[in-house]
Write a protein that binds this ligand. Structure first.
Ligand code: CO
Length: 134
């Protein structure tokens, strides 16, 4: 059911420093910061040949990334995003198998303007999974 790895999201405590590390030390192509207020994040996209890395920094007091960084002050992998062809079919399959879909199970529009869902980390080896309809 899942297809390509769309991105890996990494929460960072210092967006400029993390961007510089990816650009200067790792030699990657790095975007300018982009504020996504509806998601409570500022993001920097690192373009790789086969996928993307998204550096996430909290935006606003209610940011989910702010809470994550309180528990992980040095930053860390926040979620992985897999592509699916049909997000409703994917949701139904997962819920039928007992997986917990966050936020009531209705897809929302994600950071790339496409429908997304998040799956409970406790059902997936401690990893927060985002599904994005490709
Ligand atoms: Co994501």
């Amino acid at each position: 059911m899942i297809g390509r790895l769309n991105h890996i999201a990494i929460a960072v405590p210092d967006l400029a420093a993390a961007s510089a590390t990816y650009r200067d030390s790792l030699g990657a192509r790095v975007s300018e910061p982009l504020d996504l207020p509806e998601h409570g994040v500022t993001t920097v996209f690192v373009e790789l040949a086969n996928t993307k890395i998204e550096l996430l920094y909290p935006l606003g007091a209610e940011s989910p990334i702010g809470r994550f960084l309180e528990r992980n002050p040095a930053g860390g992998v926040h979620h992985v995003c897999y592509e699916v062809e049909d997000i409703h079919a994917a949701r139904d399959r997962l819920m039928d198998r007992g997986a917990r879909v966050l936020g009531g199970g209705e897809p929302t529009i994600g950071a790339h303007g496409k429908p997304v869902l998040f799956l409970h980390p406790k059902d997936f080896s401690g990893t927060l999974i985002e599904l994005e309809q490709a």
